[in-house]
Design a protein around this ligand. Structure first.
Ligand code: SF4
Length: 383
């Protein structure tokens, strides 16, 4: 039986979207490794629309796992035991039958290097007992598996039945020894999957997770265009650069879980907060500086972040920003380092190095909005 996906030929490679050819990219949650692209699951709001890759349903390999791991650990911003790593989170699902052989292989390759970095998998597909066994064999890396669960029942929007995700969550949690499991409730779309009935379903699932992260929808032009072309109901009137989760929806969710607090599984707004909590570490993205994010966090975890959180030394930041090519000197506030002229990769490299938020001066963050789009937030909050 064939073990791995064939590597694409030079001719096939020409057809792959340019932005997918760079297999390692720095994103907010860390360096993201994506040498397998293509997915048959057809979630209508998938980010693959952004790379013109939505029609590619058969996963293809752009290089071998060994070469991919070498590219990752030789990346200019990779730091041993520090840089968080994400696997197959851009253009495929890591647990698809053919892809998961690569997922297990890459995890074991990283683990065999003795790396202690956080490694994040996000899936909505089937996880078996044998998968859990293989995850439990990992000794060094800190593995966190996010199960994406939306609860959306409209098959045109969400063709994959959410029961697959809930079964995987239960399977993973039951067998967890050397890895952690997070219920990733997303995308929350008001009116579509935030009714009381939906919230009760989520509540019943929380007992099968070490933490819950809840999040909104990326609604970009390419996704909105797909909805228009396919006569799907448009999910928002306007597209946005950041994820959308309106204030009233967040309030409703938090109020519900405050009044049904018999379960102690904590909720987080940020993936890195959930990851840091389940591994008993301070948040590596330094969200503690944006203190209003922490109002739903368990006291023990707040203490952990508080103890570790340090405003970085002025001269060190100044020199690093200059070396990275900043176009003006950084401003270091009690919340974040504000920089100009540094792209995402450089900002996240700084953020993970200092565990302190790094913001672009041209993309301001607003009080209480938690880095989300302005849709559904009142203007008076913009302080
Ligand atoms: S204390 Fe704040 S920064 Fe730390 S994990 Fe909790 S929410 Fe995140």
């Amino acid at each position: 039986m064939k073990q791995f996906i064939d590597i694409v030929s030079i001719d096939q490679l020409k057809e792959i979207n340019q932005s997918l050819k760079s297999i390692v990219e720095y994103r907010k949650s860390g360096l993201s490794l994506n040498h397998i692209v293509g997915c048959p699951l057809d979630c209508s709001y998938c980010v693959r629309h952004l790379f013109g890759n939505f029609e590619q349903r058969v996963p293809k390999a752009l290089c071998s796992d060994e070469m991919a791991v070498r590219s990752l650990i030789n990346h200019i911003y990779f730091q041993k035991d520090i840089t968080p790593i994400q696997l197959f989170n851009r253009a495929t699902d890591p647990m698809l039958p053919k892809v998961k052989k690569h997922t297990h292989n890459v995890l074991h390759l990283l683990d065999n290097l003795g790396l202690k970095n956080n490694v994040i998998l996000i899936t909505r597909w089937k996880v078996t007992e044998d998968d859990c066994k293989r995850f439990n064999e990992l000794k060094n890396i800190k593995l966190t598996i996010f199960i994406t669960y939306s609860g959306i029942e409209d098959e045109k929007i969400e063709p994959v039945n959410s029961k697959i995700a809930s079964d995987s969550l239960i399977m993973l949690f039951k067998n967890s020894v050397n890895y952690k499991v997070i219920l990733y409730w997303r995308p929350i779309i008001p009116g579509l999957n935030d009714t009381d009935e939906d919230l009760l379903k989520i509540k019943n699932l929380t007992m099968h997770a070490h933490a819950v992260v809840f999040s909104g929808l990326f609604y970009r032009d390419e996704i909105s265009d797909y909805y228009k072309r396919n006569n799907l109901p448009e999910l928002y009137q306007k597209t946005m650069r950041r994820k959308i989760l309106p204030e009233y929806s967040e309030k409703k969710i938090l109020n519900f879980f405050r009044s049904h607090n018999s379960d102690s599984t904590p909720f987080f707004r940020k993936t890195s907060c959930g990851i840091s909590f389940v591994h008993k570490k301070a948040d590596y993205n330094g969200h503690f500086g944006i203190n209003e994010i922490c109002d739903i966090c368990p006291k023990m975890q707040v203490l952990r972040c508080q103890q570790k959180w340090r405003k970085p030394d002025n001269d060190t930041i100044l020199n690093m920003c200059k070396d990275l090519g900043a176009t003006s000197p950084p401003i270091i506030t009690d919340k974040a380092i504000i920089v100009q002229g540094l792209d995402e990769q450089k900002r996240y490299f700084l953020q993970h190095t200092f565990e302190y938020q790094v913001h672009d001066i041209d993309k301001p963050h607003f009080y209480k909005r938690h880095g989300r789009a302005e849709t559904g937030w009142i203007t008076s909050d913009e302080k």
